[in-house]
Unconditional design. Structure first.
Length: 118
């Protein structure tokens, strides 16, 4: 059974840093891209970051570019999202997802909540 488990969320002050992780199990990981998304209260889920299967390619939403860094450790089946200079508007539930062969995201985690206080 495929499972993605996010961890590392919590409360952080504005300007602070926090790294969240996502561990994949129950299927292949290293040959697929991974993505991070977030959903703020009252808003639709939005794209945050993408990382290719090898980790050499990454894409970021404009709102997080320069502040967030996505990385992966294929030996651990884990993808990370390092966030710095956090803002209150970064408050959201963060989800990771594994890509599929057709370019969509096939499997999703349950999310980890991050709250940035001003």
């Amino acid at each position: 059974q495929v499972q993605l488990v996010e961890s590392g969320g919590g409360l952080v002050q504005a300007g602070g840093s926090l790294r969240i992780s996502c561990t994949f199990s129950g299927g292949p990981f290293s040959s697929y891209a991974m993505g991070w998304f977030r959903q703020a209260p009252g808003k639709e889920r939005e794209f945050v970051a993408f990382i290719g299967w090898s980790g050499s390619r990454s894409i970021y939403a404009d709102s997080v570019k320069g502040r967030f860094t996505v990385s992966r450790d294929n030996a651990k089946n884990t993808v990370y999202l390092q966030r710095k200079s956090l803002k209150p508007e970064d408050t959201a539930v963060y989800y990771c997802a594994r890509g599929s062969s057709n370019g969509s995201f096939e499997y999703w985690g349950q999310g980890t909540r991050v709250t940035v206080s001003s």
